[in-house]
Structures are given as C-alpha cells and as structure tokens.
Design a binder for this molecule. Sequence first.
Ligand code: VAH
Length: 317
Amino acid sequence: MKKIMVTGALGQIGSELIEKLRSIYGEDNVLATDIRKLEYTKGPFEVLDVTDGQRMYDLAKDFGADTMMHLAALLSATAERNPLLAWNLNMGGLMNALEVSRELNMQFFTPSSIGAFGPSTPKKDTPQDTLQRPTTMYGVNKVAGELLCDYYFNRFGVDTRGVRFPGLISYVTPPGGGTTDYAVEIFYEAIEQGKYTSYIQEGTYMDMMYMPDALQAIVDLMEADSSKLVHRNAFNITAMSFEPSQLAAEIKKHLPHFTMGYEVDPVRQAIADSWPNSLNIEAAQKEWNFKTEYDLARMTADMLEKLKIKLHKKAIS
Ligand code: VAH
C-alpha cells in the first residue's frame, strides 16, 4: 500500500481512517473522497458519488492509486427505511470500486459486518464459516458483497480483503443510521443529560469494538501476507459483546448519577435480534494475528474522557 484512495471518507470509519492512514503512509498518499465536501478538509480530497464509475476510475488513475478502501454505504437502519436506494448505492458503489480496482490493478478493502448473518445463524461463538440468511437489506448487501469480493479475487486476481465489523464505537464522528449506534449515543447523552433512553432493549447482546482497534485491524489485514489469507474477505472480528445495561453500569462507574431508560424501536430491535451475540474470531487471529487493545472498561473510560473534551470545546466555541 503506498497510494490509497478512500471512499466514504467523511463517515464514522472513514473520518478516522484517513487520519490513521496519513500518519502511516503520508498525507499526500491518501486521497479522501465522499459525496460532499466539508468547508475545511486537510490533505487531498475529491467529491465522489460512488455510483459514478467513470469519475471513480478517473480519480483513482489521476491519483496513481494502488489501493482502494471502499467504505461508502448506507448502514442497516437507513437501508431498511430505503431498501432500493440501499441496493443501488451499496451494490452499485461496490461493483464500481471492484471494477476500478481490477482495471487499475489495485489492492482492495471493503468492510462486511455482523449484519451479514441472520436469525438462523448460530448466535453464540458464531463460526467463521456458517449459515448466512440475513433478513435485512443491509445484510443481503453484505453477503452479496462478500461473495463479489471472493469472485473478483478468484476470477480476476484482485487482492480483495475485508472484515465483518461489529458495532463500532467512536467519539470523532457521530454515527448515522446504524442499529448499534445506541452504544455511541449513550455517551453523548450521559455527559450532556446525565441519562439515556435506549432504543435497544435490555439483554440484547451485540458484538462491539472501539474505533482504534477497528482502524488497526484494517491496516494489519491490508499489510498481511496474502498467501496466508484463507478467508480473505469476511473475517469475523470483535473485541467485546455486551447488552445495554452492562454498558450503562460501566458508564455509572464514572458518572454515578447516570440513569438509563428503555423505549424500544421495533425496527432496530428486530435487526439487532437477527444478529449474532458473539463472534468466533479464531480465523483472523490465526491468518493475520488479529488482536485488540480495548475491552468494555478501557473503551468506556477513554470515550468519556475524549468526549468530555470534545463537547466542552463545542460548548465554549
Ligand atoms: C450498523 N454500525 O449498525 C453498523 C454495523 C454491525 C453494525 O454494521 O448498521
């Protein structure tokens, strides 16, 4: 990886991945793209609608990109509200990114998700290779995406790689449209309101990961020895599995007056219920030495510390 093009660069993963990649490979070697431009963006940036394959090709070629990190997609809850738009954007954008990577001989990364599993998938210690019958449009997109990436590797020799991300928790960019977003919103409201009403019911376990671990996993996988990758495009990875009341209890250790309530959103609860509780990550550990630094306690402490600074700055600005 030397010249990297990132789509969806202003999203929850993208906004932090750009910084991480630039700190490793150099600011001028990472081209950020997204459908909109912020008034101020550091480093190379281009507006790109990922359904415009020709513009994606032109940008990659002009930049001399040797790596494509395709992040632009609609997340699970948004996709359920607009399944046709989700299919066109998630699958059309992915096909364009794979085609550009094939034509320009680029290494390729795109994330799958625990959303690629469905209610008939074993929920505990979910195997790397198992039944995948998701019941959401997002899940259908993710399973189709995993198969497409395998196809581009086997048929065209594109060095495609990917992971099944759990819910990601970060303080930099507020999340948008996910089912696991309660695990991010709770921190903002705990600091600002001292309370939070969860749309996911107590007892609903989901896999989660702190963003620093997610970003390191992307870099480690992309730098791994290709000959050792068996699963290549859809590695199960996770750092922790918890349900809302466990996260609330951890926050209360830092904010003793924090209170948690529940007002279940049936759409996002149904999505969460269809996903696994905890993934088996042995394949990622064995094939590219996947590891994490943050558990629930360490993530909670860091989120609260960093978010207090961020929200204080906003309050006084
Ligand atoms: C979502 N945060 O909730 C994303 C992710 C595993 C969850 O794919 O849609």
